[in-house]
Design a protein around this ligand. Structure first.
Ligand code: PLP
Length: 480
């Protein structure tokens, strides 16, 4: 059965446009959670897999049903995970990529995609203040110059940076394996992908030396020196120090400046996990919160968080290309050529062999409205979070452990109970009511409700409505 590309895509485009319109105008629920068996039946998965789509109309029917069973991120009451609401047209690069399939890790397999990637890495280097002598259209990888690659997500990016740091401190690790004395110092509240990476690298969880954090899970820098000295006395080799910019659960930033200075003093690799918060670099107003980030040896930055790129797209950035060059040391005669070829291949520096046209998505997300729109978005969401905090603070039914530094805020409803179970029940009832979508997390063993504000259509009125919804539901739960 032949289907007309233009007609089919036009139909899907119309459905998507209506979906977004209805969602933004709150004519839909946020999330309608039903069992996968029900969804599978509605989507006719078995039947369609066997016989294929019968017509453009059949595809439209699938898309309509599919959208019904999605988390409606464009709904102003979606305040959930660190997954942003993309621009309505952000999917176009995915459509192009899905149609022509040009992976961007080998230049010759996707010259335009690779070029967009190189350009956007330079754009990020510029935001860090690292571009200096390098021009935005200089795409060569060169020792002594900063560099970076795009990869599928922050977890892969952290693994890549740690792999590079390990090669730097232990250059023959790829042949001989890990020395037994390697350790990593890092915030006790580091993202779980850090510990996971250490285990994948064969260093084991035991190699992680947690730096104590304060009650809001921010690194206590006063502890760094004594911990480091003890490690050296024990004959340990510190592979790197890791900072959160910002922490996943709280949205608070570690003291980057002091941590960077500490690393300079001891000639240590400084890795900044800026998955969420590196985006403050694009804001003239909020940039101060990441002061010190430029002292990093390596940095990860998820574009699929605050830069509104549809998942996934993360940059791993190195102050000196020599570190990126050492990350992986495999050979593959069919892909790694020593001869001079046109363009640049990123394949040698990524965990992935084939990778999507990530740079195109990133370029596109910024180019749709121009980069100023992203700066405005970051400022808007950070500001909204402070406004919400100020309102919550005035209401004694709520407890807020800290003043937000980004667009993530934890708080709990304490009128009836300070019990962790109660907060968790509250969260589930909120999402089961389908009117709001928020998350929850534990900090110092205390459970909080959590909002991440990265929805351009959420405003302070919606957050006030959330407070009312919480009160209403808490009342019901307390009287059950
Ligand atoms: C600080 C931090 N690092 C790493 C990650 C992992 O990123 P990804 O979900 O892209 O793998 C996250 C995800 O939330 C994060 O918040």
């Amino acid at each position: 059965m032949k289907m007309k590309t233009k007609k089919t895509i036009a139909n899907v485009g119309e459905i998507l446009e209506n979906h977004i319109k209805k969602t933004v105008n709150k004519k839909t629920v946020t999330l309608n959670q039903v069992a996968p068996e029900i969804i599978a039946e509605k989507l006719k998965l078995k039947e369609r897999l066997k016989k294929g789509f019968k017509s453009s109309e059949d595809i439209s029917d699938f898309v309509l049903n599919y959208l019904d069973h999605t988390n409606h991120l464009s709904h102003p009451h979606y305040m959930g995970h660190q997954v942003p609401v993309p621009h309505n047209l952000a999917g176009i690069p995915e459509l192009i990529h899905g149609t022509i399939n040009n992976p961007s890790s080998l230049y010759e397999m996707g010259p335009a995609g690779s070029t967009c990637e190189g350009f956007m890495i330079n754009w990020m280097l510029d935001k860090l203040g690292w571009l200096k002598n390098k021009k935005k259209y200089n795409f060569t990888f060169k020792i002594g110059l900063p560099s970076g690659v795009l990869t599928h997500g922050g977890s892969v990016a952290n693994l890549t940076a740690l792999t590079a740091a390990r090669s730097a401190i232990s250059p023959d690790v790829w042949d001989k394996g890990n020395p037994s004395n390697l350790v990593v110092m890092g915030s006790a509240s580091a993202h779980y992908s850090i510990l996971r990476s250490l285990s994948i690298l064969g260093l084991g969880k035991k190699s992680f030396i947690p730096i104590p954090v304060d009650k809001n899970e921010v690194v206590d820098v006063s502890k760094l020196e004594s911990i480091y000295k003890k490690l050296i006395v024990k004959g340990k080799k510190v592979l790197c120090l890791i900072a959160n910019a910002c922490a996943t659960s709280t949205g608070l930033f570690d003291p980057l400046e002091e941590m960077g200075d500490f690393c300079q003093k001891h000639n240590l690799w400084f890795h900044v996990d800026g998955a969420h918060g590196a985006a403050a670099l694009v804001s003239k107003k909020n940039k101060k919160i990441v002061k010190g980030i430029e002292k990093a040896t390596s940095l990860i930055w998820d574009a699929h968080k605050m830069l509104r790129v549809p998942s996934l797209c993360t940059a791993v950035i190195f102050k000196d290309f020599k570190h990126q060059a050492g990350a992986f040391q495999q050979k593959g005669s069919y892909v790694f050529h020593s001869d001079k070829v046109v363009g640049m291949d990123s394949m040698a520096y990524t965990l992935e062999c084939t990778k999507s046209a990530l740079g195109t998505k990133l370029f596109w997300a910024l180019a749709i409205e121009g980069e100023k729109a992203i700066e405005d978005f970051v400022d808007y969401t950070f500001n909204l979070c402070i406004n919400f905090y100020n309102i919550l603070k005035k209401d004694s039914d709520f407890e807020i452990p800290y003043k937000p530094q980004s667009n993530i805020l934890c708080f709990r409803f304490i009128k009836f109970s300070k019990n962790n179970e109660f907060q968790l029940k509250l969260r589930y009832q909120i999402i089961n009511n389908k009117y709001f979508y928020i998350t929850s997390c534990e900090m110092n063993k205390i459970r909080y409700l959590r909002v991440v504000l990265l929805n351009p259509s959420t405003n302070i009125t919606h957050l006030k409505e959330l407070m009312l919804e919480i009160k209403k539901i808490a009342n019901i739960l307390a009287n059950q």
